[in-house]
Design a protein around this ligand. Structure first.
Ligand code: PLP
Length: 394
């Protein structure tokens, strides 16, 4: 037996472990200090009551032989796929329910989708980036090239026709930078992908934070995307499903290469390796799209968006350069006074007892930047901002 040697190429996942270690060491030394964590990427508000009600009803269904459910469809129940189709329609996007695959979350699908692509594809990933794109490709032994995201391009790299890529990752609104592409900018990526015969793997996990009409909520709002893109979406940040687990992937029927359909390959892959998302969870997810469900999740999103605004306004007052905040739960700021990411982490922890995430952990271009998140408690976020402002105006 031999292990997969590609694992040697993957960096130790030390970012959040190192953050946790430094925070515990500080807390042990200063038990009297109240630490505020603005580093988490997890939601904190509970599930909407409409979702809970639907899941309770689904549990009851399982208790009666006439409504009991065993194995469900690999691609998800039609009641949920139809609701997702309706949601897309409300954003001006027409897709067929057969193009929607329900899963246990975007992370799984983003990793698993690679099963349908040849190993010799060249992968283009923005830097900095959500680490899953890089690590899943390294595990499979694929060659990765990076698109530089930086202050000059507002952390939104645009296509370079001198670069030949086969698989292109785009995450918008982005984790960690909070930057989001306009529909016009995405059109340039779609044109590039169609020209090169490449596929765009579009991560829309944070689309629900978009309120600016110019920005894309779905890559399928852009003409030409159906022949070159797959979209990954999730109930995690939209509706607090990080622990409940549900997401969906849209693979258009028109996405083909040499007559082979990506949709068919993915169905075949899922039928072999996946047995569907629990009925109870899918019932909860479908409740998100009811009028009452939408009202409740929008109120939760408004809570997070207000936290983001509070942080962004603090950066404005301090004259600190940042991306995100307005259409994203993330604020990606340039560390003040030329500090490096970890230097600023220690400075904030030691002097303001506020925890964020060092940008250097997301790629080489993240050095000198820092991520704050809006998923915390409102009062704690306001307190953190006061502390940061006091420290940086000293
Ligand atoms: N994509 C991005 C960009 C994320 O930041 C996350 C989670 O933080 C995910 C996907 C994972 O989503 P899920 O919880 O649906 O697996």
């Amino acid at each position: 037996m031999n292990f997969n040697k590609n694992f040697n190429d993957i960096a130790e996942n030390y970012l959040f472990a190192e953050v946790a270690d430094r925070v515990s060491a500080y807390a042990a030394k200063h038990p009297d200090k109240k630490i505020i964590k603005l580093g988490i990427g997890d939601v904190t508000l509970p599930l909407a009551s409409e979702v809970i009600k639907a899941m309770h009803g689904a549990v009851d269904d399982m208790s009666k032989s006439e409504s009991f459910k065993g194995y469900g469809p690999y691609e998800g129940y039609s009641f949920l796929r139809d609701s997702i189709r309706g949601y897309y329609l409300s954003n001006g996007v027409q897709i067929d329910s057969g193009e929607i695959f329900v899963s246990d979350g975007a992370k799984s699908d983003l990793g698993n989708i690679l099963d349908i692509f040849s190993k010799d594809n060249v992968v283009l990933v923005p830097d900095p980036v959500y680490p899953v794109y890089v690590d899943t490709n390294l595990m499979a032994g694929r060659k990765i090239i990076f698109a530089d995201a930086n202050e000059q391009n507002g952390f939104l790299p645009m296509p370079d026709y001198s670069v030949n890529a086969d698989i292109i990752y785009i995450c918008s609104p982005n984790n960690p930078t909070g930057a989001a592409y306009t529909k016009d900018q995405l059109k340039e990526w779609v044109d590039y992908a169609n020209k090169k015969g490449a596929v765009i793997l579009y991560d829309a996990a944070y689309e629900c934070f978009i309120s600016d009409e110019k920005l894309a909520r779905s890559i399928f709002q852009v003409n030409g995307a159906k022949t070159c893109a797959i979209e990954f979406c999730s109930f995690s940040k939209t509706a607090g499903f990080t622990g409940t687990r549900c997401g969906y992937t849209v693979i258009p029927h028109d996405l083909k290469k040499d007559g082979v359909s990506a949709n068919k390959l993915w169905f075949r892959r899922q039928a072999t390796k996946f047995n569907g998302v629990p009925y109870i969870v899918q019932k909860g997810a479908a409740a998100v799209f009811t009028p009452q469900g939408q009202k409740e999740i929008k109120s939760n999103l408004a809570y997070y968006k207000n936290n983001a605004k509070v942080i962004a306004e603090c950066m404005d007052r301090l004259n600190i350069w940042y991306t995100g905040g307005a259409n994203s739960p993330y604020i990606w700021l340039k560390c003040p006074n030329g500090m490096k990411s970890w230097e600023f982490f220690d400075y904030l922890l030691n002097n303001a007892q506020v925890v964020g995430t060092p940008g250097a952990g997301f790629g080489k271009n993240g050095e000198g930047f820092f991520r704050l998140t809006a998923f915390g408690n409102e009062a704690a976020t306001k307190e953190a901002v006061l502390r940061i402002e006091k420290l940086l105006t000293k």
